[in-house]
Design a protein around this ligand. Sequence first.
Ligand SMILES: [Fe+2]
Length: 380
Amino acid sequence: MLSIVKGPYLQWPTLDSVTVMWETSVEAAAEVSVWDTQPVHSGLNGRARTLEETERRVTADRPGLIHKVILTGLSPDTSYHYRARSSAGSEEAASGLFPLKTAVAYETPFAFAVTSETGGYGDEGIDRRLFARIARYRPEFLLLVGDAVRRGNDYEDWDRFLFAPGRELFAHTPFYLCPGNHEEDASWLYRFTASPAPQYCYSFDYGNAHFTGLDSTRGLSYRDGNPVPTGAADGCAPGAAQYEFLKEDLRASRAVWKIVFFHYPPYVSGDYEVEAMRGLCPVLEEGGADLVFNSHTIVYERSHPIRAGRLDGQKGIIYVVAGGAGACPEWFHPRRAWHTAQALAVPHFVQVAIAGPRLELNAIDEEGRLFDTLILHKPG
Ligand SMILES: [Fe+2]
């Protein structure tokens, strides 16, 4: 029997396109309808309405189980509505009607959210309320900094820890996932996401910011419980492919803000710091990165500004561990490090609002309480 088992969810928004993905229970054809949207102001019942005559239908190239339909020719910073539809023989399955929005132009303020560790370590994994809270902050997109599932090779995990709890949010808010060790470099990671090849590392522009996601698990393997360098060519160690990719990527960007995200934290207090990742810091510093998001430690932690391995209030980079969706506070080894500015071991997410030269970062807990704020300002 045909049904939609994951999604629909959004991926890879650009100024003129958005990718819609979903999975069906059996092999099926796939089609997305997209409509222009008109706001309607009618008191308490006010809501956007689709303009029926603007409907466009885009069909997937071939039938399948996991569907990917790229909607092109859209306008920047514009809201539309869409509906995903699949058919197999005489059966048909259609999603609800959801809004989507293209990326904003360079000069337009925007906001995004950051979380990770939805796979968690408790029996329940993610605190499901977090995704609902994230939605209320209306981010344009979500960065997931790895360990979104507990075992990436376990197909069921992807629904249990990510797509089921995130269903409502992902229907209208695209997410970018960078791999953590728990993704296990599984084929599902590549099949369920739509970042460009090689998919595990990529970069994109959004507004006046440049984002670079890396797979920090490549080139490291566990020995005696600690990740140690393997010398793999696709790793992040000096000279390896992702090191060179990041160097060139940051050098080429003229964005006002440069934000890099990868799973293993070069700086975090407690027990899960991955010191080998500090090999990337000179590249981040030379490339002008402002903020780095990491995870792996199930805690919130914001560093002081760091450059060349020491405090630098003028040119330092701030490292934020946003390992919060499945946080279990008892996992936190309560020891502060010299680089720790703020730490709190509670389920949380981070919300970042960028408006020209001003960046505001807020950390919010499971009850919606704001517990940390950082404001950065670029000199004019
Ligand atoms: Fe991890």
